[in-house]
Design a binder for this molecule. Sequence first.
Ligand SMILES: Nc1ncnc2c1ncn2[C@@H]1O[C@H](COP(=O)(O)OP(=O)(O)OP(=O)(O)O)[C@@H](O)[C@H]1O
Length: 234
Amino acid sequence: MSGKTDGDQECLLEARSIGRQTSAGEWLIHQLSLQVFPGDRIAIVGPTGSGKSLFLRSLAMLDEIQEGEILFHNQHVNEKETPAYRSQVVYLQQRPVLVEGTVETNLKFALQFQINQEKAANVASILELLSSFEKPEGFLNRQSSALSGGEGQIVALLRALILAPQILLMDEPTSGLDPQTTRQFEQIIHKWLETSNKTPAFVWITHDHSQAERVASQIMTFPAGTLEAVLTSE
Ligand SMILES: Nc1ncnc2c1ncn2[C@@H]1O[C@H](COP(=O)(O)OP(=O)(O)OP(=O)(O)O)[C@@H](O)[C@H]1O
């Protein structure tokens, strides 16, 4: 399934017939294909247990795949290139893992890695983004252990955006957040898309159809219980 088919635009990310197997050889996901183009806002919806998270983790190259391949800018990504890939294709999980220390420590965490060092300049723009949303005074100095689930997820999102990703992969990032924080999360994504100078894209798994309609330009349905699964546009 392809995202946009906009003339000659280069495909950013392509999953070509990928699949994951259990150690017993049973397919958990099988023959799944997806293309992501610059500016794509893709929502994936589908039943519980249908393999959406497995698919997204495979796209993020967090899990090994047993068939197919992942292409980034039309190039096969090998194991050695995975750190560079992960700094461009950033994965945000449902329950963020924050490191010990303050919010600021967390925001700057990924910048300590060589591959991300040239991204330090992004901190200022992300802090500006944060300042446009109401946050308690001294938020940057709050300990991560003292944050609410919603605040933690906002911090995880900003931490991801500091990396100036080309693609953000999000696995139900707002499930469990209250409506106000959910909207705040969506607005941050919206501003990021508006202000980024590199036409980024996202793939967003959600159970919430109204959210999918709010945030996405394309909604794809993930089918359950089929081995020959394909993602289809709604
Ligand atoms: N490592 C694994 N080994 C075996 N089965 C697994 C493994 N990981 C996940 N599964 C199974 O694969 C199926 C798909 O899981 P996945 O988490 O991708 O579903 P999902 O569509 O994201 O569900 P939800 O909407 O509830 O988050 C589930 O039945 C899950 O139990």
